[in-house]
Ligand binder design. Structure first.
Ligand SMILES: Cc1c2[nH]c(c1CCC(=O)O)Cc1[nH]c(c(CCC(=O)O)c1C)Cc1[nH]c(c(CCC(=O)O)c1C)Cc1[nH]c(c(C)c1CCC(=O)O)C2
Length: 349
């Protein structure tokens, strides 16, 4: 099936595009009443994610309702630990919880490498259905968490300000940390390859907790494993989003990936200078800018587009869209990107 709108893929590869493609991290779910209507028919997030027809439906909603240039498959990064033998729960208003965590060698030994086909077949099925229903309208993004971020949840058991249990292991038992990170990495590579085989046109690795490591530990315990994933995925373009890893931007130019995501604290011109011309940059409007009046959203979006320029940019927020953002504000952002980025190109000589 040929893509009718392939702006995202072409921008990722560094090809010329008529306008800047735009989508939002965490666009599936959260902000749309249409999503909540589907979710309220079920017991919660996990049941929805494990029901391929409905997961496909909420994956496509933002394409129909918001007009984004890509769909991202409705799932979560925490399906990997579950497939490795560590199930999670989603606690209403609190987020994910792991009843069991990894702290001893015995805990580690009880884990296995995730088998994408048998353990994560529901995600692959959702991708297949979504591809069929999208019918080539826009590309479908597959994703996984970066090994370090997954490690944080598996050791800590839930979100944390400091992730001090996870970081303690890096000092107390770096060998054990490496073993766990390697098992997550191997599981993730197989999982991403299975997503691509099922139909994902591009994949993104989310390192949401990159920013809690210092530069040396980030290289040693996070970037190293992300690099392994990038080297292994050769079938489609890869995006790496390491939130808070401003200190690693010059190293990111060496990753075997097409696109680097920027959070809103990373200034655009410096990031381009540090990362170089050979990567597409994705981002990076402050998610809170969408609380502003429409004219201010337009202004901030145009300023962002002026700074990124007309080549190698995918417009997005600097992190996932916040749950209480009015979908109409998201539309102002999306429409401004579409109109203004086309105008910027039409005035280029
Ligand atoms: C750290 C992380 C998680 N999950 C994810 C990350 C990395 C991105 C980031 O940093 O935001 C990634 C994720 N989670 C979800 C998606 C689906 C696709 C999309 O819309 O981008 C994606 C890409 C669905 C979800 N994941 C979750 C929901 C809400 C569950 C519900 O409907 O009750 C959804 C739609 C739950 C979740 N899952 C996670 C948390 C901390 C929470 C609770 C708080 C929150 O909602 O963000 C772990």
């Amino acid at each position: 099936m040929e893509l009718q709108n392939d702006l995202l893929i072409r921008a990722a590869k560094g090809e010329k595009v008529e306008r800047t493609p735009v989508w939002l991290m965490r666009q599936a779910g959260r902000i749309l009443p249409e999503y909540r209507a589907v979710r309220n028919r079920l017991s919660g997030f996990i049941e929805l994610a494990q029901t391929p027809e409905l997961a496909a439906e909420v994956t496509i909603q933002p394409v129909d309702i918001l007009g984004v240039d890509a769909a991202i498959i409705f799932s979560d990064i925490l399906v990997i630990p579950e497939a490795m033998g560590l199930p999670y729960e989603m606690v209403e208003k609190k987020g994910p919880r792991f009843p069991k965590t990894i702290s001893t060698d015995e805990d580690l030994k009880a884990l296995k490498k995730a088998d994408a086909k048998s353990d994560l077949g529901y995600v692959l099925e959702a991708i297949k259905i979504t591809k069929k229903e999208l019918n080539g309208r826009v590309p479908l993004i597959g994703f996984a968490g970066a090994p370090w971020t997954i490690f944080c949840y598996m050791v800590e058991g839930h979100g944390s300000k400091t992730f001090s249990k996870a970081r303690r292991m890096l000092y107390n038992d770096p060998m054990m940390a490496d073993q766990l990170l390697k098992l997550i990495t191997d599981s993730t590579i197989e999982y991403l390859k299975a997503q691509i085989k099922a139909g994902a046109d591009i994949v993104q690795v989310f390192d949401s907790w990159a920013g809690i490591l210092g530069p040396e530990q980030y290289q040693r315990f996070s970037m190293k494993y992300i690099a392994e994933i990038c080297d292994a995925i050769t079938e489609v373009p890869v995006t790496v989003f390491s939130k808070g890893a401003f200190f690693a931007r010059s190293e990111m130019r060496h990753l075997n990936c097409e696109t680097i995501g920027l959070d809103w604290s990373m200034d655009i011109q410096n990031s381009r200078r540090l990362i170089g011309e050979n990567k597409t940059l994705q981002g990076n409007l402050d998610p809170c800018a969408l609380y502003a009046p429409d004219v201010e959203i337009e202004k901030a979006t145009k300023k962002m587009l002026d700074e990124f320029g007309t080549s190698r940019h995918i417009a997005n927020l600097g992190h996932g869209v916040y749950p209480d953002i009015d979908p109409n504000k998201v539309k102002v952002f999306i429409n401004t990107v579409k109109e203004y980025s086309a105008k910027l190109r039409s005035t280029e000589i």
